[in-house]
Design a protein around this ligand. Sequence first.
Ligand code: FE2
Ligand code: FE2
Length: 646
Amino acid sequence: MSAALEDLVRQTLCVISEGELCRKATAPEGWPQSKIQSLDQLNACADRAVAQAMRLILIVGEEELSRSLQLLNLKKEVYPQFIFGVLLVSKDPKNFLKKQGLPFHVLDILSDKEAKSQLDYFLLKSLRPQGISQGAGTKIIADTIAKLNSIFFCFSQEKVQDKLFEKIVTKAIEFGECSAATLFILKEQYSESYFVSKVFGELNTPLEIEKKRIPVFENSICGYVALTGKIHTLFNFQTGNSLVPGNYNRSYDYAITEGVDSIITLPLKNSHNEVEAVLQLIYKNDPNKVTGKRKTHFDFEDETLWTTFSTQAGICLESVELYADVQGLFEGFVRASVKAIEARDPSTGGHSERVAKMSVGLAKAVTESEVGTYRSVKFRDEEIRELEYAAMLHDFGKIGVREEVLVKAKKLHGSQLTGIKERIKICKAAAKIHLLENKLNSSALLHPKLELDYQKRSQELDHYWQIIQSSNSPSILKQEGVVALERIKRESLLLPDGQTISLLSDEEYQALSISQGTLTPDERLEIESHVKHTYQFLKMIPWTRDFKNLTEIAHCHHEKLDGTGYPRKLTSHQIPLQSKIMTIADIFDALTAKDRWYKESVPLEKATEILCEEVKQGKLDEALVEIFIAKQIYEHTILMPFNRVA
Ligand SMILES: [Fe+2]
Ligand SMILES: [Fe+2]
């Protein structure tokens, strides 16, 4: 105990009410104390304290609280120099606090169990405010505040939970000049609390990190702090002057060994006043080491500083947790959106994920490159995450494209092909009727010729059907095919009402005349509109600051450097570097994907050749394509399964 604290103890009269709850409470040996049974006796104690210029601390139960406070307040009115405080003993402290809060002058609220076993601890703790007010304790000097500020700034910069845990431990050791520190992360599930991570650090040695579920034991220091949310200080241990009961659980409380002088254990709370973690700090006297100016023990004055430290650390833990929650939310949202796209267009199953993987790979390769055009570009982790999400969502707008266009595998829609087939059948039936009518109205000698004409017509119609079927596939349409289609287009069908219709409608003829692929110009425009839909969708989402460019990156994934892309025909300087990266990954995957039934997949060498060709044409970024090929960014994705979504 520090000399200043010993002085405070000598000048503090401890008055213990002998009510039901406090009967077994006793102050530490040597502490000026009185046991009382009535208000008159309390009055006499207060008079004694005033006369001897002593502070008074009253330990009292709930039932006597209000009358006792009234009396002491009256005394203070008469003697303003009179200093007093109350330690309230309650059967159910939590409930009392919920109902009433902490009344003025009540320094702390203890359970009857704590009053019996840890009264000395709470008595000493209760001296702290008086000590500070009289300048007997810690002086919070400017450089300490500056140190704390820089620590909190360092905490607030951290967004990764595990890294913050490590920082709390190392900064605690550094700030407190401690021998060791342990941080336990607390979790609650189904009303049961347990520690899930433990980070242990010792002066000048690497941190030990353990991730396992550890039950919280009530009869241990860490468990006590976790469950009560109260700071716990143990000091002068080595001289046998322990001021709290020696309950330790060696599975997580720091092992009390020779040389351990003091232990302080702090709750790190969130903004709801719930304990998020427990930080335990150790001061150890090591006679074999030269400690220099390093502190070797705690006293109660330290609690003020450590309370500030733990409050800030608790808030930072909470905000990192919230940040992780938001990340998790976005991650879940992105994955769910990808599922939705792929459910709509099974042929692109896995496409978004592969494009994301290659985009991230290329962005990292750019960051690592020390030579070339992009040697000074260093993407931060957040920017890479932003690119990853943009790539996962780049084709989300396909959800706004008509399904029959989106999944169109042939040039004609199913209903169009059926219509043509029916019309050919009708033509055949008409030829048959024509044959029979002519047979009826002509001599038998002409019948063989009529039969021959009918056969010719029937074969011609079968041939038409074959041409239509072969032209319907997405392969390149040859010149003979174009001529044949023109001939079929000229064919007309006489209806019973005397009207004639073409065997092929204008629309069907145009669709079958597509030279490559399956889409008509209008359908191609409709497919291209997916970029606008992606943009409309993404801009509605209130992205956090880390993802502020995500919408623009995705919006540009079909733009080309020479202005021939869509939808805005941007040119190189208007396209974000991340979009240029994504475009390469997108084209490469579209070429090599093995799960598109409307086209063959292109071999790897051919795909890289096509990328290089696009570079020559000024459409893709040369330096990026070079890195993409040189670093074989595709090597992991090429092996990824091509998922089909049912
Ligand atoms: Fe796209
Ligand atoms: Fe795409």
